[in-house]
Design a binder for this molecule. Structure first.
Ligand code: G6P
Length: 609
């Protein structure tokens, strides 16, 4: 989604602003721009192309400057055209006094627009953001910090903003509510960004702003006031080695790199897990877990599939009833609140607006026992929930989630074991058995990754197809869902997943020699049932591509290709079977030449409803 970078420095800051945008590119955007103070004026360059194209625009207009703001936009109000790209100027483009970049949605922008038009402001874009620029200009009385403080009080909705003023060229002002914004602390220079990763090349010292904060950023100091106008200290953290994490290394795509990082990501996530204990989820977790009688899992996208898998684990291991809901559905439906439900929000980013909204709805209904499973410790979701478990996938850049998904599964499996233990349903022997399986998981994952050449060969066959059906049963049904999601989002091949037992209730009508069927076939107690479903496909000339486990008794034939995973991994099998799904989608997309890390129309972090 949208991204912000801003800097006050004593050198030409444009290369760093553009580098920051480049680092934010992975989040998905459709236009970008930069504004700087140059020769006593505010000037800007904007582009509806990639950041690389913005560099050409900057060179064409010979832009340079010591103070500036930059932005990547993902359109909500108004199409992705240059006039809608940020930064926005006020009072007008010819003699601007204010430049502004905004992330979020301003709900009262129509009212503000009408009021500002009455005061003579002319709007040159269709965005809600332009109203904030004019509002700040309207309120400006010689002090930008003061004007922004007044302006944000009049905004309804969500925002992170970075503002620059022609008359105070060594100053930036930032403010946030509902959207992330950080201050980057340098030596004789300071920064603002929507994500610390954007500042990786300039500083690793980061202060996270809180909702309602307004920050004054100058060359040698920064200060912050909260929503009451009180001066507050926001602790400066040193963010470990985040610059290297965003490098591709030997890989061509981030998704590819992240698929192969999974054994490491899982090992890191398990690093502090020496035994099963509630404290893995927070100090108060035992008391909370001991008082719940059910679990509600809330998530979107791939994280929703991780949550679906957890339902199988928690119900079978802990014998607790589990509901799994798409966050955007849950937040707007009338549900029956149960204060003794453990509400678990699963989110890689911890920023997904629907997940945050769903947790807030649950809390409004007195469902206060909340747990976040999240990959970003500084995210809004972590602050929103009582308990948390941080997955240690490391930064994930590919829009299609891979290592975040498998580490979420690890976290959710730990949750299932912990709930079982609290409910006296986990013997010491079983605990040790599961811990051993978890510890060996990175090795087992590496063995599945070694199947890549065989999977590549399949992807060449699938890449020419328009549709693919994915089948799975039991706890591998969510794996099939995840496989279909990965396939459609990055290869653009239409893909659907069905619980294999549902085949006869509809999708069987689609089976022909033009409809390849990918089956997830672990060697579990549902295997014989799945084999019957596979026969139903073969009997109708469907071509099967089966990911089976060793010793499963499924042999390749004219109408069935088989790749065997080297072992059956029991309850953790969905984690292993996810990997071939990722590799299949990746290689199909590669063969089709799509923009794998930035699939069209999609964004990594969906901070709007
Ligand atoms: C977007 C991403 C997906 C992700 C989903 C939920 O759609 O492209 O990869 O699964 O959001 O994101 P979250 O950060 O909440 O897990």
């Amino acid at each position: 989604m949208c991204g912000i970078v801003g800097a006050v420095a004593q050198r030409n800051i444009l290369p760093d602003l553009v580098d920051g945008l480049k680092r934010l590119e992975y989040r998905g955007y459709d236009s970008c721009g930069v504004a700087v103070y140059q020769d006593r004026r505010l000037v800007r360059a904007r582009s509806v192309d990639r950041v690389a194209n913005l560099r050409d625009e900057i060179a064409k207009h010979a832009l340079s400057g010591y103070t500036g703001i930059a932005h990547t936009r993902w359109a909500t109000h108004g199409k992705p055209v240059t006039t809608n790209a940020h930064p926005h100027f006020s009072p007008d483009a010819d003699s601007p006094r204010i430049a502004l970049s905004h992330n979020g949605i301003i709900e009262n922008s129509d009212e503000l627009r009408a009021m500002l038009q009455e005061h003579g402001y002319v709007f040159s874009s269709q965005t809600d953001s332009e109203a904030i620029a004019h509002l700040i200009d309207y309120l400006y009385n010689g002090d930008l910090f003061d004007a922004v403080q007044q302006a944000v009080k009049k905004l309804r909705g969500s925002y992170a903003i970075a503002v620059l003023c022609r008359d105070e060229p060594h100053r930036l002002v930032g403010a946030r509510d509902g959207m992330p914004l950080v201050v980057g602390v340098g030596e004789g220079e300071n920064f603002l960004a929507s994500d610390a990763i954007a500042l990786a090349s300039v500083t690793d010292r980061i202060a996270y702003l809180e909702n309602g904060d307004v920050a004054d950023i100058q060359l040698h100091r920064h200060w912050v006031v909260d929503s009451n106008g009180q001066r507050v200290e926001r602790q400066v953290h040193t963010v470990a080695a985040h610059s290297g994490a965003a490098d591709l290394g030997l890989y061509r795509y981030y998704m590819q790199k992240e698929i192969f990082e999974q054994p490491r990501a899982v090992a890191d996530t398990l690093q502090d897990v020496t035994s099963i204990m509630p404290e893995l989820f927070g100090d108060d977790a035992w008391r909370v877990f001991n008082s719940v009688d059910s679990v509600l899992l809330l998530a979107c996208g791939g994280s929703f599939h991780a949550a679906l898998t957890a339902k199988y684990w928690i119900e079978s291991l802990a014998q607790l009833p589990v509901n799994v809901e798409i966050a955007s559905e849950y937040r707007y439906r009338e549900s029956v609140a149960n204060p003794n439900t453990l509400v678990v929000a699963v989110s890689q980013s911890g920023e997904t607006a629907d997940v945050l909204g769903a947790v807030q709805v649950a809390k409004q209904q007195q469902m206060l026992k909340t747990l976040a499973i999240c990959n970003v410790p500084s995210s809004a979701l972590i602050r929103e929930c009582q308990l948390n478990f941080i997955t240690r996938a490391g930064i994930e850049i590919g829009v299609a989630s891979t290592k975040a998904f498998t580490t979420q599964l690890v976290a959710l499996f730990l949750l299932a074991l912990t709930l079982a233990q609290v409910r006296s349903r986990l013997s010491d022997a079983d605990e040790q058995m599961h811990l051993r399986a978890l510890r060996h998981l990175p090795d087992a994952m590496s063995r599945v990754l070694a199947l890549e050449p065989q999977i590549m060969a399949w992807s060449e066959l699938l890449t020419r197809k328009d549709n693919i059906l994915f089948l799975g049963r039991g706890m591998h049904y969510p794996v099939a869902l995840e496989g279909a999601l990965k396939m459609k989002e990055i290869s653009y091949i239409h893909a659907e997943a069905y619980a294999a037992g549902e085949l006869k209730h509809g999708p069987l009508a689609l089976i022909s020699d033009q409809m390849p069927v990918v089956a997830v076939a672990p060697n579990d107690r549902l295997l014989e049932k799945l084999k019957s479903n596979m026969h139903e496909v073969s009997a109708r000339s469907g071509k099967l591509f089966v990911f089976a486990d060793i010793d499963c008794g499924i042999a390749p034939s004219a109408d069935m290709e088989v790749i065997r995973l080297t072992e059956y991994y029991g309850l953790l099998s969905p984690i292993l079977h996810t990997i071939p799904m990722q590799l299949l989608a990746f290689h199909a997309a590669l063969a089709r030449g799509t923009d794998i890390d930035k699939p069209r129309n999609l964004a990594k972090s969906v901070t709007v409803e």
